[in-house]
Design a protein around this ligand. Structure first.
Ligand SMILES: *Cc1c(COP(=O)(O)O)cnc(C)c1O
Length: 426
């Protein structure tokens, strides 16, 4: 048997012994116009739809038709407390108490709301530390918050870059920068998994080092939630934000989420942008003039939540609860390892994996640098799409592939690498 044949047989073997294999059938997998099922390795960008999503959304449409305003209390899942149904599963996924999490808004909006409360520049402690290649939206949000406080980003934004010639951040470099800037830092904002390289940071160590400086610590978990195990409560992060359309499979523009550590949950000295949904339900409809925040993360809610974009989140969280994060992580490590070994076997010269090789330093995404001259790399990605393999492309030369343990198989990984080998012409 050739290398390809051996690897195909290996993939089938792994799939036959995969305890989570049945979950793939709970998702809609996309097809091309000829009806061919696509190999979808793009869950880091938009997760697939669970088959139960349609029922969850239909239930709300029916209850709205049937009950109109009475649905707030009489719907199958009453709208007044609808968002609370996400709390237990979100708390499980991020390692928090139920009262520390809330499903609301979208990621960048939540980041702003958290900075209103937790970025409080005062005296010389007026800088924000982020990573140099932070997701643009995060950087825009931070710079605009600095400017809102009358602070100049050129002086007050500290950006930590990978070393010359390296792609990933080193924990020791981040810690050295934290120690150097210590007394000047008001806020440290870190990613859980870096969106471009797929690197998972050592959050336990970095949060501890950042808190030692006296700064508050926030996390952007866009690529971490539902991907790697998180222990936000024990790690002592001050806040975290995430979106739900990536690994959480809640659909385009789905309602995002937010974590606020218990130690801030009942503080009355924090400024916040308030709205009626942050006020306790028991007295909300007395319509009094005085805002009293709900203790915990729910006290940061502003508006009544979008039921139709929360329904798919509940559908997906139900799947996560049944699969369990420990089993998902185990499969994720094996799937990413399989992807890595096939690439190293079949594409040793055309592809460089820039994601760390150590499982504890990555989630399920591998970022591949295509070592091809100029526009040839981009054409290679186009050939991959034509072959029915969906990853995504980041200029100038990065292909991101993420086998999601909930719905991808080892065979998917095999098909992707086989198509990639053809696309690069090796
Ligand atoms: C996907 C992503 C976002 C998206 O922000 P939205 O407010 O949901 O549009 C933000 N930050 C990071 C790191 C991301 O990966």
């Amino acid at each position: 048997m050739s290398g390809l044949g051996l690897n195909a047989a290996g993939a089938h073997q792994h799939d036959a012994h995969d305890p989570l294999a049945a979950f793939a059938a709970e998702f809609h997998h996309p097809h091309d116009e000829t009806g061919r099922r696509l190999v979808y390795l793009c869950g880091h960008s938009l997760g697939l739809q669970t088959k139960s999503t349609a029922e969850y959304v239909a239930q709300e449409l029916i209850d709205w038709q049937r009950l109109a305003v009475l649905g707030h209390h009489a719907a199958e899942r009453p709208w007044i407390s609808y968002h609370e149904r996400a709390c237990a599963a979100l708390a499980m996924l991020v390692g928090a108490e139920d009262t520390e999490v809330v499903a609301m808004n979208s990621l960048t909006v939540n980041l702003h709301l958290m900075m209103v409360s937790f970025f409080r520049p005062s005296g010389p402690r007026n800088r924000v530390l982020i990573e140099k290649s932070a997701f643009p939206s995060d950087r825009y949000a931070v710079v605009s918050q600095l400017e809102y406080h009358g602070l100049d980003a050129a002086e007050h934004l500290i950006e930590v870059a990978p070393r010359e010639g390296e792609r990933c951040l080193r924990t020791e470099d981040l810690i050295a920068c934290l120690q150097r800037e210590g007394p000047r830092l008001a806020l440290v904002l870190l990613p859980g998994v870096q969106y471009l390289t797929g690197q998972a940071l050592d959050l336990a160590a970095l949060i501890a080092a950042a808190r030692d400086t006296g700064a508050t610590v926030g996390l952007d978990l866009a690529h971490a939630v539902g991907n790697i195990p998180l222990h936000l409560h024990d790690w002592n992060a001050d806040f975290a934000v995430w979106c739900s359309y990536k690994y959480l499979n809640a659909g385009p523009g789905a309602v995002g989420g937010c974590f606020v550590h218990e130690r801030h949950g009942e503080r009355s000295d924090l400024p916040r942008f308030a709205g009626w949904w942050g006020h306790p339900e028991a007295t909300r409809f007395e319509m009094g003039p005085q805002f009293t925040p709900i203790p915990g993360a729910q006290g940061w809610q502003i508006s009544n939540p979008p039921i139709l974009s929360t329904a798919p989140l509940l559908a997906s969280l139900d799947v996560f609860q049944r699969a369990g994060m420990a089993r998902l992580r185990e499969k994720s490590i094996a799937l990413a390892g399989f992807l890595q070994s096939l690439i190293e076997d079949l594409l040793p010269r055309a592809v460089q994996i820039i994601t760390p090789g150590e499982p504890s330093e990555r989630g399920c995404q591998l970022s591949l640098r295509l070592i091809l001259p100029g526009p040839e790399a981009r054409r290679c990605h186009e050939r991959l799409i034509a072959a029915g393999v969906i990853g995504d492309w980041r200029e100038p030369d990065i292909l991101r592939l993420a086998p999601a343990p909930l719905y991808n198989s080892y065979h998917d990984v095999f098909l992707a690498v086989e198509a990639l080998a053809r696309a690069v012409g090796s």
